[in-house]
Write a protein that binds this ligand. Structure first.
Ligand SMILES: *[C@@H]1O[C@H](CO)[C@@H](O)[C@H](O)[C@H]1NC(C)=O
Ligand SMILES: *[C@@H]1O[C@H](CO)[C@@H](O)[C@H](O)[C@H]1NC(C)=O
Ligand SMILES: *[C@@H]1O[C@H](CO)[C@@H](O)[C@H](O)[C@H]1NC(C)=O
Length: 370
């Protein structure tokens, strides 16, 4: 090899090295040293922080990466993007009723894959925009484009995940976001031999699909579980079914109100357990009475999250809310008029073992065990 070639190579090496270490430095800044109240036996790495998705308006999305434990070889495991931020459902940490301390979830999905939680769109959780009008002009299209921009930039910060098997998953309203983002990734990967975002598949649970089917499914569920009367069921179907959930007709609102009254004070996501009413006795009564439920199931989980993630020292440890967002952190609560107050706890929280097995089968591309 000639002298000059050697120099050129050396120079290239230096340039490549400095780019690489530049992104690794950004990555290091995002590394979580310790979360307030976390247990001592945490054997996995975590990173969190912001990725700017629009410079002009100042939109930045917040992520939290929870890797697999070192003993499970994180570098050999896939990466899962989880859209909707409910890290306490499938992630390794559960929050205690004190809203301050954490304990480990034995069925955490990070035993199987590296988990990348994304709070999306801007305005959800710690994700924000510096242009308030962004919050009113948001829509599914921009949400998907922002999430795609997030991914492209995130992979630059975490180049070790380029070409890793990559999946997109989520629940509830992610029934929209997950397939829409999947489609963009799929389209932009087309014709690329070895894509950096090595997209393998997507998964949604309890998906919001479209108003008509979501209404029919919900009303049938209420009626067949004896939560509403025959006449309210008929009114709901007549008044709501062909309308939009965002702008329900007056008749539909009346029927929804009757349904709400007839259901009484229940947890619509877990009708066989007591709702969260904030009393300590509630949790004691619950334990052991519902053998098909996880013993860990606690209907007040969302409340603990709201307390925990609003602690300034927790936000500091997570590198979150660095710009002083003007409103507090909340669990996602959204849409469907007022009859769905929450889109909170879902299958992974109620039946964590079954959900874990489902996820393992999904990654192995095998049917669920019978
Ligand atoms: C939003 O504004 C704050 C305060 O000016 C600034 O520090 C931050 O970088 C901006 N965010 C983005 C994504 O531009
Ligand atoms: C909370 O639940 C307990 C136990 O079921 C009940 O006695 C109490 O009245 C409830 N409180 C509220 C405010 O609903
Ligand atoms: C961000 O921090 C401010 C205090 O600087 C607090 O009032 C606000 O509730 C926080 N917002 C979020 C989303 O955590």
């Amino acid at each position: 090899m000639g002298h000059s070639q050697f120099l050129v190579l050396g120079f290239l090496y230096l340039v490549l090295c400095s780019c690489f270490s530049y992104s690794l430095a950004d990555q290091d800044k995002d590394k979580i040293t310790v979360l307030p109240g976390q247990p001592t036996n945490v054997d996995f790495n975590q990173y969190s922080g912001y990725v700017t998705v629009n410079q002009q308006t100042g939109r930045a999305l917040f992520y939290w990466l929870i890797e697999s434990p070192a003993s499970r070889k994180p570098e050999s495991r896939p990466l899962i993007l989880w859209l909707n931020g409910a890290a306490e459902e499938i992630g390794p940490f559960r929050i205690r009723p004190d809203g301050k301390t954490l304990y480990l979830n034995p069925y955490s999905w990070n035993k199987l894959a590296n988990l990348l939680f994304l709070e999306s769109p801007a305005g959800v959780g710690f994700s924000y925009t510096n242009t308030t009008s962004d919050l009113y002009t948001a829509g599914d299209g921009r949400t998907a484009e922002d999430a795609y921009t997030f991914l492209v930039n995130w992979f630059e910060r975490f180049p070790q995940y380029k070409h890793t098997d990559f999946y997109i998953a989520g629940e509830s309203y992610a029934g929209h976001y997950v397939p829409q983002l999947s489609q963009i990734v799929y389209e932009r990967n087309k014709g690329i031999a070895n894509p950096e975002i090595n997209f393998k598949g997507f998964m949604v649970g309890n998906a919001v699909t479209d108003d008509y089917h979501d209404y029919v499914g919900t009303f049938e569920y209420w009626w067949t579980h004896g939560l509403i009367s025959d006449s309210t069921y008929r009114s709901l179907r007549i008044a709501c079914e062909s309308g939009s959930s965002e702008h329900p007709s007056l008749d539909c609102m009346t029927a929804l109100k009757s349904a709400e009254m007839e259901q009484g004070n229940i947890d619509p996501y877990s009708i066989f357990t007591r709702p969260c009413n904030g009393t300590a006795s509630l949790r004691r009564n619950l334990r052991g009475h519902y053998p098909w439920m996880s013993r860990a199931y606690d209907p007040c989980t969302e409340r603990y999250s709201e307390v925990y993630f609003n602690h300034p020292e927790v936000q500091k440890a997570l590198h979150a809310n660095v710009t002083g967002i003007s409103y507090p952190w909340r669990t996602c609560r959204y849409f469907f008029g007022y009859s769905f107050q929450r889109a909170g706890h879902e299958v992974p929280l109620h039946r964590p073992r079954q959900a874990f097995i489902l996820f393992r089968s999904f990654l192995e591309n095998k049917p669920m065990p019978s």
